[in-house]
Design a binder for this molecule. Structure first.
Ligand code: S3P
Length: 172
């Protein structure tokens, strides 16, 4: 059994889809951002503000490494995690990765003013939509290295989950 790992930009619904999938598969659901917030006793935005992005990225790697040694789960990783070659290497054998893909405009509407998302606001001069589009353009080709890409624009979270379940022989 392999872990099911959801990757993709902020706002694409990784956590919602993950919770649905975990229930369907009767596996634990783990969200790396929530786990990090619990461990640190601080919100992601606070961690960025007080300790910086590289500290957060290191925590992300350590957290993912730890989770992968636990029983097979459905895991939602933060939008920047898969960009790390270390994370991609860690996921290679023990996980099947799914890139939840959606158009920038759909996601920009969902993230709003980006208040809880420091990558869109912390030390950034651009507007949230401009920053979002630039990040997505920088990251898209790396996200596509995931094992499978699910076009989620016109799908409900349950439909995205069901599309992932079609690959279940790969992770069961
Ligand atoms: C980030 C996405 C966030 C969180 C952090 C950095 C990113 O997770 O990990 O704010 O670099 O895209 P979500 O994708 O769950 O919002």
């Amino acid at each position: 059994m392999k872990h099911v790992v959801l990757v993709g930009m902020m706002g694409v619904g990784k956590s919602t889809v993950g919770r649905y999938l975990a229930a369907r598969l009767e596996r634990p659901f783990i969200d790396t951002d929530s786990l990090i917030e619990k461990q640190e006793g601080a919100a992601i935005a606070q961690i960025f503000a007080s300790k910086g992005e590289s500290y957060f990225r290191q925590l992300e790697i350590e957290t993912i490494q730890k989770i992968l040694n636990e029983p097979s789960a459905v895991i939602s990783i933060g939008g920047g995690a898969f960009i790390s070659p270390v994370v991609r290497f860690l996921l290679k054998d023990p996980a099947v990765t799914f890139y939840l893909q959606a158009k920038a405009e759909t996601l920009i509407q969902r993230v709003g003013n980006g208040a809880t998302r420091p990558m869109l606001t912390h030390g950034v001069q651009e507007s949230v939509p401009d920053r979002f589009r630039r990040l997505l353009a920088e990251r898209a080709s790396t996200y596509e290295l995931a094992n499978h890409t699910i076009e989620s624009d016109t799908l409900s979270p349950e439909q995205v989950g069901d599309a992932i379940l079609k690959y279940r022989t790969a992770f069961e």
